[in-house]
Design a binder for this molecule. Structure first.
Ligand code: FAD
Length: 431
């Protein structure tokens, strides 16, 4: 069952995004070459790139386009993964590691190129991503990252304390580094833009169509929605990520679907707007429980970070107060500024902090896990999945197909996560 999370409407994105294309629930019995479950970046990018290769695709979405992480994220387009190039090569071996480095290094390009190619109406900026360093250890990490990505040909830049203060608009960091490939997009507009491009390429998208069952049939799969409507297809691709339900055994237990919370001010006065991230960078810091922030295209400050594991109530703004305090500590000029929006969503964290692809049965492909960095990753993953489905060569995929491995003691995950969060809060230090 898909759980009932906030509808998109209270979130910032619905208020500032381009309108959604018109779509309807699935009815009757339909046929396609490929059925995709989930209309986020991954599902829609896969659908678009398959349709461009002549494949008949139907996308089934439980709620609305971009309902999951794709419509409600922070809009930061950050290339790379949690691990740096040298770590990935050490982890996976020279050849596979380098292939993943090349893939992950190109994820921001994939977003901005796709927007340009389809002339999507997406507010965007590409002036780079800054990772602020809050401790001497984090500063050492920044030096390492600058060196590591620099060896890959990226024009990274190390920031000392005063440069970081100037570019971030806060004195709270000891320094940091800039990755010039990063940027920002209005995410709900972007996911709707991919949906529009996919529809134009011939994809069928059904919203309000939660998939409740999948059964193998001769030559493929029959997928059934809650209303009893079906689609039969040769292949199924599950792109449900942090919103994964019980559709496939053990899949939801292979991730921790942690909540990430966000707040946004209204459009800020010009003088304050120009003092925060004045050159248009987006930023997230190096804490374990990181803070991420940017100024959007209409001058709002958007700040994201940790949140409770349980679903919060929008009627209890206290659930977001830690973020609102962090905003003022970082940017004292914002003291007293009201917050116009509060919302949250699920991020899929895997055991090894890497994205996973599974093929647990013939004709069924599953994508899962993006550790909160999915705008670029899932866009490019969709391209790779489409290439794999059409060409049949698993080397097109950035990570090897693997078995689904549930977290051990999954039932205790909330206790475990609370303990980890408590520990990180102590060791990360206050803002
Ligand atoms: C608050 C927040 C902030 C974030 N900030 C950033 C950021 O700044 N930068 C960044 O790169 N990443 C960020 N992320 C992560 C990023 O948003 C996700 O990694 C990405 O959107 C995942 O895309 P997806 O297509 O894989 O899955 P999703 O967009 O989550 O889509 C999955 C879809 O599957 C649907 N679904 C589930 N079960 C079924 C079913 N049975 N039948 C039909 N449909 C089903 C859901 O309704 C959902 O729409 C953030 C995430 C959150 C939650």
């Amino acid at each position: 069952m898909t759980q009932d999370f906030f509808p998109l409407s209270p979130s910032l994105w619905a208020a500032t995004a381009v309108p959604a294309p018109e779509t309807h629930p699935l009815q009757g019995d339909a046929k396609a070459d490929v059925v995709i479950v989930g209309a986020g970046f991954c599902g829609l990018s896969t659908a678009l790139h398959l349709a461009e290769r002549g494949v008949r695709v139907t996308v089934l979405e439980a709620r609305e386009i971009g309902f999951g992480g794709s419509g409600r994220n922070g809009g930061q387009v950050i290339p790379g993964l949690k691990f740096d190039p040298s770590e990935l090569r050490a982890l996976l071996g020279e050849e596979k590691g380098q292939a993943l480095v090349d893939f992950a290094g190109g994820t921001a390009d994939a977003v901005f190129d796709l927007i340009d190619k389809h002339q999507m109406d997406v507010p965007r900026v590409r002036r780079g991503w800054i990772q602020g360093s809050h401790t001497p250890e984090a500063l050492k990490m920044a030096e390492r990252r600058v060196r590591d990505w620099g060896r890959e040909g990226v024009a990274t830049q190390l920031l000392d304390r005063s440069e970081a203060a100037r570019l971030l608009g806060t004195e709270k960091y000891l320094g940091g580094w800039v990755d010039p490939r990063g940027g920002g997009v209005q995410p709900l507009s972007y996911v709707r833009g991919i949906a529009k491009a996919a529809l134009k390429a011939g994809v069928t998208i059904h919203t309000d169509s939660p998939v409740r069952a999948m059964s193998p049939i001769t030559g493929g799969w029959k997928v059934e929605t809650a209303s009893g409507a079906t689609v039969s297809a040769e292949r199924v691709v599950l792109c449900t990520n942090g919103y994964t339900d019980g559709l496939w055994p053990q899949l939801s237990k292979s991730i921790i679907n942690a909540n990430s919370f966000q707040v946004a001010t209204g459009p800020l006065p010009e003088t304050i707007r120009k003092s925060i991230l004045p050159e248009g960078h987006v930023s997230s810091d190096a804490r374990n429980l990181l803070l991420y922030y940017r100024i959007d295209h209409e001058g709002r400050l958007i700040m994201g970070g940790r949140g409770t594991f349980r679903e919060p109530s929008v009627d209890e703004p206290g659930n977001w107060s830690h973020l609102e305090h962090a905003v003022v500590k970082l940017f004292p000029a914002l003291a007293g500024t009201p917050f116009a929006y509060r919302w949250c969503g699920h991020v899929a964290i895997t055991r090894d902090y890497l994205p996973h692809l599974h093929e647990p049965a013939p004709g069924l492909l599953i994508d899962i896990g993006c550790q909160g960095r999915g705008v670029g990753l899932q866009t490019r993953m969709g391209q790779a999945i489409a290439q794999y489905i059409v060409g049949g060569d698993a080397r097109a995929l950035p990570v090897a197909l693997s078995k689904i491995k549930p977290f051990p003691l999954y039932g205790l995950r909330r206790l475990y996560i609370s303990a980890v969060i408590g520990w990180y809060r102590m060791t990360d230090g206050g803002v």
